[in-house]
Design a protein around this ligand. Structure first.
Ligand code: DOR
Ligand code: ZN
Ligand code: ZN
Length: 441
């Protein structure tokens, strides 16, 4: 099987390539990147006027499978990923049961392989059942295929357990993905603490809820030598701490979500829980610090924290609705519109933060267009203008605060291992997974 992607602006951080090139793939592998390639191929795609990036990688998604499949399944989540331009996603373990055993890791991998061509990689829990007490078997989890360990949804609150886990992670050489939230300090909080929360009569979540654990975990990573990745950073202080850690040469990385760089707390009106997520939308000052951190590469990764919930759950009063919003199908559009078109990031930085850097963190060989590597490729139309319509989402979750937003920049082609898994052409879309029923539709 040969695929030729012609005449696009190739952006490959690994080789530093930024220029008009053709890409030839053969049997799932990148064969050649060059000018005016001529080859007999099965499929030829004209990418003139488009950007060609290594397949996008999202280090942070929730697919709810098993246990909460009314919110999402691996199949629907993977379809949403492909539609958003992602060829690899890392799944958080807060399913039911929690992914805390080698068997559960293998089961997640098996399920994904049955339904999708994209790569759905499991992240395993730090403690059994995410109860914060008994550390899981990191070596066994890694051997089964877990790419990281995380307690996402909460923090390991006991610092002694957290430190032990980081020592073990360092020994096992598996990264720790930290959700930073002091649950005692968060208490009943549902949105950013401050005057706006007061005016809405809602309990606030202080920046310190995040800052305390971010600082603690950086200190413990220093002490234990583990690779630490901070999830969904939302505060000015977290950016400062990460900057300091990186200046000291510590193996600390950090991600920012599109919602945290696109919105601030003033978007919350106290009725629409599509604006409720954890950590919450912060102050303008925090958002500006995140933008600066992205710009100066303190913040190396853009991840979605794709967190689907049912319409019923999200229609509850703000204080009662679950935290979380979907993100896979708006990430490219928001990153292009809010960061690239506004000059916060160069196109190459976007390729770094959405593909190359995430690949480095999980030690994946993907995230590049170097010949010989897997042919995971994402083609973006930088000028395409579109309006976010949750009804068109492949995800079961329609819980987005961006409905009706006009965005500039969209995914037009997603290729996983040399196979087209998503294509947008002249307003019509094709999604391909291993579900024969979809192919027949
Ligand atoms: O908004 C969030 N949703 N934050 C989390 O930490 C968990 C996630 C979820 O699982 O719904
Ligand atoms: Zn989280
Ligand atoms: Zn999460």
């Amino acid at each position: 099987m040969k695929l030729l992607i012609r005449g696009g602006r190739v952006l490959d951080p690994a080789s530093g390539t930024d220029g008009i090139r053709d890409i030839l793939t053969e049997n799932g592998v990148i064969r050649e990147v060059g000018e005016n390639l001529n080859a007999e191929v099965d499929t030829c795609v004209d990418a003139s006027g488009k950007w060609v990036l290594p397949g996008l990688i999202d280090l942070h998604v929730h697919f709810r499978d098993p246990g909460f499949t009314d919110k999402e399944t691996i199949r629907t989540g993977a379809r949403a990923a492909a539609r958003g331009g992602f060829t690899t996603v890392c799944q958080m373990p807060n399913t039911r049961p929690v992914v805390d055993s080698a068997e559960a890791v293998r089961e997640a991998i098996h399920k994904a392989e049955e339904c999708t061509y994209i790569h759905v990689l499991p992240i395993a829990a730090i403690t059994a059942g995410q109860d914060g007490e008994y550390i899981t078997d990191f070596a066994g989890l890694k051997a089964a295929g877990a790419v990281a360990v995380s307690e996402d949804g909460k923090s390991v609150m006991n610092a002694r357990v957290a430190r032990q886990a980081m020592r073990l992670a360092a020994l096992t050489d598996i990264p720790v993905f930290a959700h930073c939230e002091d649950i005692n300090l968060r208490a009943h909080g549902v949105m950013n603490a401050g005057a706006h929360a007061k005016s809405l009569g809602l309990y606030g979540i202080l920046n310190a809820v995040e800052d305390i654990i971010a600082a603690r975990d950086i200190l413990l990573a220093t002490d234990t030598g583990c690779r630490l990745h901070l999830c969904h950073c939302s505060t000015e202080n977290t950016v400062r701490f990460v900057k300091k850690a990186r200046q000291l040469g510590l193996p600390v990385s950090a991600e920012v979500t599109p919602h945290h760089f696109s919105l601030d707390e003033t978007a919350v009106d106290g009725t629409d829980s599509n604006f409720k997520m954890n950590p919450p939308l912060r102050s303008r000052r925090d958002v500006d610090a995140l933008l600066e951190g992205l710009h100066d590469d303190t913040m190396e990764v853009i991840s979605t924290d794709h967190a689907p919930h049912t319409a019923e759950e999200k229609s509850r009063p703000f204080a009662q609705a679950p935290f979380g919003i979907v993100g896979l199908e708006t990430s490219v559009g928001l990153t292009m519109t809010q960061l690239v078109h506004k000059g916060v990031l160069t196109p190459m930085q976007m390729a770094q933060k959405m593909s190359y850097n995430p690949a480095q963190i999980i030690k994946s060989q993907r995230g590049t267009l170097l010949p010989g590597r897997a042919a995971d490729i994402t083609v973006i139309d930088p000028e395409a203008e579109w309006t976010v319509n949750p009804r068109l989402f492949a995800s079961k979750g329609k819980n987005t605060p961006f409905a009706g937003w006009k965005l500039k920049g969209r995914t037009v082609l997603t290729v996983a291992d040399g196979r087209i898994v998503y294509e947008y052409r002249e307003g019509s879309e094709t999604l391909i997974d291993k579900d024969v029923r979809h192919l027949e539709e």
